[in-house]
Design a protein around this ligand. Structure first.
Ligand code: NAD
Length: 420
């Protein structure tokens, strides 16, 4: 085993241990799972449990949405069977473990309920209040929110100790990571059972604390913002994506944006404060789903650099101001050093237990290149002084990028994340 592979395997072992939750914490038996919402995430999450023989009941608001959700699940299973992952008969066996209805009361006897409705705090709070009123005592009430306040959701119930975040990644039937987001009040049994059930469905579980975006999405944010800054400096989306793919990511930040859709939170005719995004969306370039976004897409859905986007970038940002266009090394540092700095803040706030947990989040939730061991280990290999130097530069214009106090301390002491 190489040194990095050895590091990753130890990181995985450690991630399964929650320091303040005793190993002998009693587990809650999970024999029936309920899901609220049969959309992209709800359907994928349901498959994980059906795969290991646990019956799942899914609740939706309308029959059409429910039927669509079930049809997608069946299609996914059929595709897996056609690729030889399991025998064709297994499709019906797994589908038979799934039931659906439009009636929240049908979740009353579930041991674990996972909410996967739209990312809206008021809607989620309302659903948790309703679940609290009907679900049997002792059940776990989980939310798949991508970054909302799990404590606020828990406070909408009379049993905050039963509430936890189970943050699956898309596609939820494929991606390995589940961030287990412990709320202020989540009980030890709820935390330990969440880790256990995540492992039983074949996932890698990392326990994290509550903050906007948790560990993964909070660190992703500065990377996406800085990728956009590079366009202002004269780089093109395909330059940035190429550099990150050469580094080892499967997808660059702009390909990722096109896949997610550029119109999340955008309304036609309304300025969002993000002029380039507005211009792309107004031109009906809203990502892969409209056949164009930061890229053009050919008939095989392959991303092709777009002269239209190049022109739009120049119109919106006015072209580079005599400054040299960022080099490949600049692009990498600009995208990734702020992400590491945010990781250091997450450690200092106790949102992640250890640097290796952050590495596991990125390796298994975001396909960070395995050969580097994850962002924190990679940062050690770069040397923390270069990371702090970049944070100081960026921090001059925007407080938010200033070096984490932990990073400053480690550099002063000549230590790295591996020494923590
Ligand atoms: P989606 O729009 O695909 O699905 C949401 C579903 O919830 C819809 O089918 C809708 O009809 C249903 N719904 C809405 N209100 C409901 C109610 N009151 N009762 C029952 N069903 C209701 O959304 P999604 O992409 O699956 O996201 C769901 C959650 O997962 C969000 O909180 C999102 O932030 C989170 N998440 C999404 C991703 C992703 O990449 N899509 C990744 C991780 C987490």
């Amino acid at each position: 085993m190489t040194e990095t592979a050895d590091y990753v395997s130890r990181a995985l072992e450690r991630a399964a241990t929650v320091d303040d939750v005793p190993q002998d914490t009693p587990l809650i038996a999970i024999e029936k799972v309920g899901i609220v919402g049969a959309g992209t995430m709800g359907g994928g999450i349901a498959m994980n449990f059906a795969n290991i023989g646990i019956p799942v009941h899914i609740v939706e608001t309308g029959q059409e949405a429910l039927d669509r959700g079930f049809a997608t699940i069946r299609r996914n299973y059929e595709r897996s069977a056609s690729r030889g992952r399991f025998p064709a008969e297994e499709v019906d066996v797994r589908m038979a473990r799934l039931t659906g209805s439009l009636e929240m009361n049908d979740l009353a006897q579930c041991d674990l309920i996972i909410e996967a409705v739209y990312e809206n705090l008021d809607l989620k709070k309302d659903i948790f209040t309703r679940l609290d009123a009907i679900v049997k005592p002792g059940a776990i009430l989980a939310t798949n929110t991508s970054g909302l306040d799990v404590n606020a959701i828990a406070a909408a119930t009379g049993r905050p100790e039963a509430v936890i975040g189970l943050h699956f990644f898309s596609p939820a039937n494929v991606m390995k990571l589940v961030e287990i987001v412990r709320g202020r009040a989540s009980s030890n049994s709820v935390i330990a059972t969440s880790v256990d059930i995540a492992n039983r469905i074949g996932k890698v579980a990392v326990v994290v604390g509550v903050c906007p975006g948790f560990v993964g999405n909070r660190m992703l944010y500065p990377r996406q913002v800085q990728a956009r800054e590079l366009l202002r400096q004269g780089a093109m989306p395909w330059d940035v994506d190429r550099v990150l793919k050469e580094f080892g990511f499967k997808m660059g930040p702009f390909e990722m944006s096109d896949l997610a859709g550029l119109d999340i939170g955008w309304t036609k005719g309304v300025k969002s404060g993000d002029d380039l995004r507005d211009a792309l969306c107004e031109a009906d370039r809203r990502g892969q789903k409209t056949g164009a976004g930061f890229y053009d897409y050919d008939e095989n859905r392959a991303a092709v650099p777009s002269p239209v986007v190049e022109r739009l970038i120049q119109e919106v940002y006015g072209g580079p101001e005599n400054a040299p266009i960022p080099s490949d090394a600049d692009i990498l540092a600009t995208c990734l050093y702020p992400l590491v700095n945010e990781g250091a803040k997450i450690l200092e706030e106790g949102i992640a237990q250890r640097p290796s947990d952050i590495d596991v989040v990125w390796l298994y939730g975001y396909n960070w290149p395995h050969h580097t061991g994850g962002p924190m280990r990679w940062a050690d290999s770069q040397g923390l002084p270069v990371i702090i130097r970049r944070a100081r530069e960026l921090g001059q214009a925007n407080e938010w990028y200033k070096p984490a106090a932990l990073l400053e301390r480690m550099v002063d002491e000549g230590r790295g994340f591996g020494d923590l």
